[in-house]
Design a protein around this ligand. Structure first.
Ligand code: 13P
Ligand code: ZN
Length: 269
């Protein structure tokens, strides 16, 4: 049943590990956060027990995703529970051949009422953009990284250029691993198509996108790779807040130091 059981097991295990880290970081209060991973070809999402299938029509078609399979955390589920027992709090879904809906395949331990994350519109729209781009990125991760949400409440950081200049200035890793910086999506209703559309537009240029007054979304080749990107941005933000909280303006890396990093580590993002 599993075409590639090693890969399937690894994806589930990594989703669980990352869910646990989100909880430990305080970035996943209550049911906050969601993870989706493209598992097409891993053989999961092909059900053994058809009694547990459910059909879910989409509000709009995702033609580029036709026939693909995804591991999706459930709505209302705690990341700390996903960490403990991932297959009781997630579902597999296979997109129809016309992309107009999907079939949910509930793993054995999952409740029959389990439904995909309420942010499915953003996740699927991002996966669609990733397919269009032909990249190896196959994971979308959303979390409520506290320090990043706090940044989006600052009037000065509504401007992406100012925001990224600050983030790069706080930490060499941000220059190396996020050479394009982060995108900022103005506040939009959680779970909405408007949020999804704005996020996909921002993802054309960035691997990490902040959702104003809400959270952060990142893409990655694996769940850990997506987490790494959020972690690096959050580290920069924390350094800035620590300096600000201690009552001094951080010096930041100079333009020359940033340019030197860019030249020394081209294309690492
Ligand atoms: P779900 O529980 O539906 O995944 O929602 C959590 C969340 O963070 C919404 O933005
Ligand atoms: Zn959220």
């Amino acid at each position: 049943m599993h075409d590639n059981p090693d890969a399937a097991g690894r994806t589930v295990r990594e989703v669980a590990e990352v869910a646990g880290i989100l909880w430990d970081r305080g970035w996943a209060e209550s049911n906050a956060g969601n993870i989706t991973a493209d598992v097409t070809g891993e053989g999961i999402g092909t059900p053994a027990a058809s009694a547990k299938e459910r059909v879910l029509p989409f509000p709009r078609p995702y033609g580029m995703l036709a026939g693909r399979s995804y591991l999706v955390t459930g709505t209302g589920r705690r990341m700390r529970d996903v960490a403990r027992d991932p297959l009781a709090h997630a579902t597999f879904l296979r997109i129809d051949d016309d992309g107009a809906g999907c079939v949910l395949f509930l793993p054995d331990g999952a409740a029959p009422t389990l439904a995909p994350t309420s942010e499915l519109a953003s996740h699927l729209a991002i996966h669609e953009a990733l397919r269009a781009r032909g990249t190896s990125e196959r994971v979308v991760l959303h979390a409520h990284a506290t320090e990043l949400v706090a940044l989006t409440h600052h009037a000065a950081f509504q401007d992406e250029a100012t925001l990224n200049a600050m983030l790069w200035g706080m930490h060499p890793e941000a220059v190396i691993f996020l050479p394009a910086g982060v995108g900022l999506v103005p506040y939009a209703l959680t779970g909405s198509e408007r949020l999804a559309t704005a996020t996909v537009a921002a993802m054309q240029l960035h691997d990490v996108v902040l959702w104003e007054k809400h959270g952060v979304v990142a893409i990655g080749a694996t769940p850990h790779a997506a987490l790494d990107r959020i972690d690096i941005v959050a580290k920069s933000a924390r350094i800035w807040f620590l300096c600000a909280g201690a009552g001094f303006e951080p010096a930041g890396l100079s333009q020359a130091q940033i340019a030197e990093l860019r030249a020394a580590f081209p294309g690492r993002g």
